[in-house]
Design a protein around this ligand. Structure first.
Ligand code: ZN
Length: 477
């Protein structure tokens, strides 16, 4: 970092400076690639573990061991979450954080074959590619550690092991615990069907389980003695569906009835409905969620049942950072996309044949998408949103899935279990490492990222949407 400033001060030609950075980057890319077999093995092992949110005991342990074996100091069990960890190497500033995820999804068990074929006796699968996510982030962290150890860089690199991204809001607890307070820049990525730097915001999201309590009775012989908890749920759902006309159209509300009683001839004394409320702005999510909670109260009154609710998750929208995104785009272009072998192309063709809609050509995974800003929330939510309110963040999507593959699909699980997935993971690992190198060597980049972040955040004081609840460690039970 210091060298960079000195060189500028003595007026060394900028081209010379870039040549030096360039050599370092070329080396970093080569280093990461030389460990491909190791990283592939780790990713496929986590794919095979397929552990859901907060139950990622073996997946987290494997990533922690990999980091410890490579010289990191690992602090496990942070933020009162047994599977969360922070791994560090180096000292002083800048502090560059890299996020790693590793949770699987229920119901997405699938073998690494191009037709729908779940594993027998296994329910969960990596339909969002978080096994690749965690491994690529660890790979990037290890490369940066090597460069710090060789004194090519100075400062601190941290890999954040972030559990339960899928609905568990793992990172929110880590932000709430202050684990990002001294970090300068956070880098992350997500598996996808194309290579693109993320300049799309995310929807803020608040979720809760509403639990209705009634009285059971024989549904034919003594219905007047019972009060149906399921009636409470249905009345609530009806009211919420009427709300849709009167809320901003960008709002998304979805629910599933997680318990609707057990037998038609018993008036259910318990029923539960699980709701998500989303909007591009966190303030709107809070307002609409409170309205949904009122509908629950009204439903309980009208059905002579009672209701209580537990907030399960809550995530902020995502603050984008153009300064960092511009830099990452250059690095992604340098790394480039993915090329398939003939066998992988055959696999990809079969995956594409399973889609009922028009998809991009298979070869698009070999290209990099232009940087495009989108502020409507994009459709998804992420707990990286909360991190983005604590520190400037930047991320990318890398093509770990065949073009056209949606997240949370058997096709995504299938691609993630073979080299189509692990090759894409390497694009992410390299691009993140190169972007981290820029953050270490170019203080002006970090300064402008911070200025932009301060402006965007304004005077907002962070408050977790899920309040002060303890981590919902059993939300998948
Ligand atoms: Zn995901």
């Amino acid at each position: 970092m210091r060298k960079y400033c000195l060189m500028l001060a003595i007026g060394l030609p900028v081209a010379g400076l870039f040549a030096q950075d360039s050599a370092l980057k070329t080396r970093a890319m080569g280093d990461i690639q030389s460990r491909y077999d190791d990283y592939k093995k780790i990713a496929l092992q986590i794919w095979d573990y397929a552990e859901v949110g907060y139950k990622e005991v073996k997946s987290s342990a494997l990533l922690q061991k990999t980091l410890t074996d490579n010289g990191f100091t690992v602090k496990p069990g942070v933020a009162e979450i047994p599977t969360a960890f922070v791994a560090s190497y180096g000292s002083g500033s800048p502090v560059i954080g890299i996020l790693a995820e590793f949770d699987a999804l229920p119901g997405l068990s699938q073998q690494a074959v191009p037709e729908k074929m779940p594993f027998e006796g296994r329910n969960a699968g990596h339909g969002c590619g978080h096994h690749l996510f965690g491994t690529a982030s660890v790979a990037a962290g290890i490369e940066i550690k090597k460069l710090i150890a060789e004194k090519k860089l100075s400062g601190t690199v941290r890999v954040y092991g972030c559990p339960a991204e899928e609905g568990g809001s793992g990172k929110v607890y880590m932000v709430r615990a202050g684990l990002f307070n001294d970090v300068d820049v956070v880098i992350h990525w997500h598996p996808g069907a194309e290579n693109a730097v993320t300049l799309t915001s995310a929807l803020a999201n608040k979720s809760a389980k509403f639990r209705f309590h009634g009285l059971s009775a024989h549904a034919a012989a003594a219905p007047d003695k019972g009060r149906s908890a399921l009636d409470g749920v249905e009345a609530m759902d009806y009211m919420v569906n009427m709300m849709r006309e009167h809320i901003p159209q960008e709002t998304r509300i979805h629910y599933v009835i997680t318990n609707g009683g057990k037998a038609p001839n018993v008036v259910p004394d318990f029923a539960e409905v699980y709701y998500y409320v989303r909007h591009p702005k966190k303030e709107e999510v809070v307002r609409i969620f409170d309205w949904v909670a009122k509908a629950a109260e009204g439903a309980a009154m009208g059905t002579q049942t009672s209701v209580d609710y537990e907030v399960i998750g809550g995530t902020h929208d995502l603050l984008l950072n153009k300064a960092l995104a511009d830099d990452m785009q250059q690095n992604l272009l340098r790394v480039g996309g993915v090329n398939y072998t003939p066998a992988e192309t055959e696999f990809a063709k079969k995956i594409q044949a399973s889609f009922t809609y028009k998809v991009a050509a298979i070869e698009t995974v070999g290209t990099v998408q232009p940087l495009k800003e989108r502020l409507d929330g994009g459709g998804g939510s992420t707990d990286v949103g909360d991190v983005s309110y604590a520190v400037p963040t930047v991320g990318l999507e890398a093509a770990t899935w065949v073009a056209g593959t949606p997240a949370h699909s058997w096709q995504a699980t299938a691609c993630g279990g073979m080299e189509i997935g692990t090759k894409g993971m390497m694009v992410a690992a390299k691009t993140m490492a190169l972007t981290a190198i820029d953050c270490f060597l170019n203080p002006a980049l970090v300064t402008s990222a911070k200025e932009e972040w301060r402006k965007d955040k304004g005077d907002y004081q962070y408050k977790a949407l899920l309040g002060d609840r303890k981590p919902a460690l059993n939300y998948r039970d």
